[in-house]
Design a protein around this ligand. Structure first.
Ligand code: SAT
Ligand code: MN
Length: 584
């Protein structure tokens, strides 16, 4: 395998000139290479083996204890002007940013190997797929990227002699938090990341490329890169309705993407296309088509069980990587909320001896599994379709104890954009920050939008003009509670009942009533046979409390003020309309 691309050769030489590795290794992505690199990673302690009978092909990794999650405070958008990074991103001048981290990169790979990984985001052969090349000194990153992306030879072939690619420059550095930087140069299709070996900070194909850099490319080129799952909902007539959904973290995105239907016998089920990122393009038919740029799942382990997400559990039984979960004495893995008895003895995510009930978590709350999408039992046969899947519904959501009904449909595209722009979630104990505090997160893109948030919302509004048959836009809230703090809706698999209503609405069917905030199901609009939701609970689930909404609107106004003077007119128009509908 030889590089035919002069630009790539020059860039690799430049990277090596800075980092000064002893060796440069070009990854071909083959199974043979994977096995060889895993052996080396095991020998050097990067990975630990697991019980080959119970967890065939699986490995265990523990990250640096201070390097266990994305670090938004160390993440920067380096555009020429501060304005173009917008009010929600950290900004640095590109030249200053590079000068600042250059001493950290200088000679950082001395005595070690620099791995060069060409990768494709998106199915091989899709017109919507893109190439990136990441250089790294981390075997954990290489072995993970082979699952998360289409890595190696195919990418080099797609690159040819002169195709563009995103340049990912990564090193573990010294892993000290104050020497950690995740720098994005959207105007140069480049990412520089140092000081982290964890997930989104280091597997540069994921959030850095497929969201931050891609969102910027998408704005310039007329498509969309969104933080969305993609699923197909099959109805008894066999028709599959495709939907894309954005939720803030801790709202069950992976669970919804892999929903196990309790109504399979009646003909309702979900097909998984993706669980985290969607690239959306306007097709020749004027519809919006979505594809999953990823090849793997990087999911939160704790809370994943046979009850909450049996399909995720079945996905990770082989050929998967586990990071920062509990490592059992007999080569098993375990995490809190797995709903099986813990091993009698093990080593926790920090590497300390652990026994059940010793008072500390065995797994870090953000511990992860890394698994091939292809192993998902609910995998959609169309998940690698070069055209993607046609999206009929976009779903926004959040975790709200009051306020938001179980589901509502926006009036039109622009109203839907407003719903996404103001979406919010209440903090859970699992996330940082105070429990119950409302965090607003437009389209769940706040940490992932690679440019000015106002330009992003303007792009959404523009796209409404470009899509002649736009998807309908919905909002869901699985987390509404009664006066005693009890969840009103069973959630998980039963959410298929809501998806079924959404699917009907996309075909201009489904019983609905108009309210000031949008269309909600009539009392008999949702399919509720066989689920334990009383009439009273249903009433509360669908209630729209004017006092709560008045308060909510005041918060919208305050939040939108933070966007500054570039906030698109279309957004404030929707705000005014909502105010006047609620006043009536
Ligand atoms: O680390 S990732 O960014 O890939 C996952 C997450 O934090 O959302
Ligand atoms: Mn995500």
């Amino acid at each position: 395998m030889e590089i035919q691309h002069e630009g790539l050769k020059a860039w690799i030489a430049e990277a090596a000139g800075i980092t000064k590795p002893d060796r440069i290794y070009l990854c071909d992505g083959s199974a043979e290479e994977d096995a060889r690199l895993k052996k080396e990673a095991i020998a050097t302690g990067v990975f630990h083996t697991l019980d080959e009978q119970k967890w065939p092909g699986c490995l265990y990794h523990r990250s640096h204890p201070k390097d266990v999650a994305r670090t938004e405070g160390r993440t920067f958008i380096c555009t020429k002007t501060k304005r173009d990074a917008g009010p929600m991103n950290n900004w640095m001048d590109p030249a200053e940013a590079k000068a600042m981290v250059m001493p950290l990169f200088d000679g950082c790979m001395k005595g070690r190997t620099m791995y060069v990984m060409p990768y494709v985001m998106g199915p091989i052969g899709s017109p919507y797929s893109r190439v990136g090349v990441e250089v790294t000194d981390s075997l954990y990153v290489v072995i993970s990227m082979r699952i998360m992306t289409r890595m190696g030879k195919a990418a080099l072939e797609m690159l040819g002699t002169d195709k563009p690619f995103v340049k990912g420059f990564h090193s573990l550095g010294d892993l000290e938090p104050e020497n950690k930087y995740i720098l994005h140069f959207p105007e140069e299709d480049a990412i520089w990341s140092i000081g982290s070996g964890y997930g989104g900070n280091a597997l540069l194909g994921k959030k850095c490329h497929s969201l931050r850099i891609a969102s910027f490319q998408a704005k310039n080129e007329g498509w969309m890169a969104e933080h969305m799952l993609i699923l197909g909902m099959e109805a008894p007539d066999g028709e599959v309705t495709y939907m894309a959904a954005a939720f803030p973290s801790a709202c069950g995105k992976t669970n919804l993407a892999m929903l196990e239907s309790p109504l399979k016998e009646q003909g309702y089920r979900v097909w998984t296309v993706g669980d985290d990122i969607a690239w959306l393009n306007v097709g020749p038919d004027g519809r919006l088509w979505a594809m999953n740029p990823e090849n793997g799942f990087f999911g939160v382990a704790p809370g994943t069980s046979a009850n909450t997400n049996p399909n995720a559990l079945n996905t990770v039984t082989k050929n998967s990587l586990f990071t920062n979960v509990l490592q059992g004495k007999n080569g098993e893995v375990w995490w809190e909320g797995m709903d099986v008895p813990p091993p009698s003895d093990g080593t926790d995510w920090l590497g300390n001896p652990w026994t059940p009930g010793n008072g500390v978590n065995g797994a870090h709350p953000n511990s992860r599994f890394t698994a091939p999408v292809s192993q998902c039992p609910t995998l959609s046969p169309k998940w690698q379709d070069p055209q993607g899947v046609p999206i009929s519904a976009i779903i926004f959501g959040g975790r709200r104890a009051r306020l938001a009904p179980l589901v509502y449909q926006s009036y039109d595209w622009n109203h839907g954009v407003y719903v996404g722009a103001t979406m919010a979630s209440e903090q859970t104990a699992a996330a940082e920050g105070k429990v119950g505090v409302v965090r607003r997160d437009p389209m769940a893109m706040l940490p992932f939008c690679g440019y000015h948030i106002c330009d992003y919302l303007a792009h959404w509004i523009d796209m409404g003009q470009k899509i002649s048959h736009p998807p309908k836009v919905f909002h869901v809230n699985w987390f509404r509670k009664d006066a005693n703090g009890k969840f009103l809706w069973p959630g998980f698999g039963e959410n298929i009942r809501v998806l079924a209503w959404i699917a009907e609405r996309t075909k201009n069917a489904g019983k609905a009533v108009e309210t000031p905030i949008g269309y909600i199901p009539t009392k008999d609009g949702l399919m509720l046979e066989g689920v334990n939701v009383s009439d009273g609970a249903l009433e509360q689930l669908l209630a729209i409390d004017p006092a709560d909404w008045k308060q909510e609107l005041a918060e919208h106004k305050e939040f939108l003020a933070k966007f500054g003077e570039d906030l698109p007119k279309g957004i404030m128009e929707q705000y005014e309309k909502l105010v006047s509908r609620l006043e009536k």
